[in-house]
Ligand binder design. Structure first.
Ligand SMILES: [Zn+2]
Length: 239
């Protein structure tokens, strides 16, 4: 005969019990597993919400790490508003989720602001990437390099520009215009426009200056797409 020293009352208290009660998270009826002083709530809507919350945190953490990686040291520091031209500053006010174009001479703070806009995208959990137009132009040429390592690096760079949910193209118009470079740039803009991907860009001057920075047959179509990527969000620092 098996005997036990445990008092039957204590034994009953230690055994898990399943009851139904209002979930403390959402108030819906849920099963509660009680064991000792611990309680587990089996509530599907709350479990789903928790899983979603964790996914969002993971996505944001990853995006912020990407931002750290692509942002030069000088633009990682908090922005000092007095260093930014008064016509450029409003780009950071209100809803910043749309593609933004920042135009002005060197020193107006446009690139500084552009990296803040990219940071805001990362906080929203969007994957981010940044490139200068000169580096993009170089990558377009290097894609056909005989050195397979250089060619692969260039392809990876261009792919990153296509895939990022939020992209910053800095200093559009800089670098040498080539047929392959202009074609790749047009493809990139067209791809991002058709996918509704967030694209910010900066340039030293407006469309007349920009048009002359591309091959004649590509310029107008590129300018049109640049404009279409930043509807209603154009900030120009006048001299
Ligand atoms: Zn619940």
């Amino acid at each position: 005969m098996i005997t036990t020293d445990i008092d039957p009352d204590i034994s009953a208290r230690l055994a898990p019990s399943i009851t139904t009660a209002a979930c403390p998270g959402c108030g819906r009826p849920a099963q509660i597993l009680a064991w000792g002083s611990k309680r587990w709530y089996a509530c599907s809507p709350c479990a789903d919400a928790e899983a979603l919350r964790r996914t969002e945190i993971e996505r944001r953490t990853k995006a912020l790490a990407q931002w750290e990686e692509v942002t030069p040291d000088e633009f990682r520091r908090p922005l000092i508003p007095s260093l930014v031209h008064p016509s450029i500053r409003p780009a950071l006010e209100g809803d910043t989720s749309g593609g933004t174009c920042l135009i002005g001479a060197t020193g107006c703070g446009k690139t500084r602001v552009a990296y803040r806009l990219l940071h805001a995208a990362a906080i929203r959990g969007q994957s981010v990437f940044a490139i200068s137009h000169a580096a993009f132009r170089q990558a377009a040429v290097s894609r056909g390099d005989r050195d397979p390592r250089r060619a692969d690096e260039a392809k990876t760079l261009i792919q990153a520009c296509r895939c990022a949910k939020a992209l910053l193209i800095d200093d559009v118009g800089k670098g040498a215009a080539t047929d392959v470079g202009d074609e790749a740039f047009f493809d990139l803009l067209d791809h991002r426009l058709s996918h509704g991907s967030l694209t910010h860009w900066t340039a030293n001057s407006g469309s007349a200056w920009l048009k002359a920075r591309f091959r004649e047959d590509r310029g107008p179509a590129i300018i049109r797409r640049l404009r279409d990527l930043t509807p209603g969000r154009v900030f120009v620092a006048s001299e």
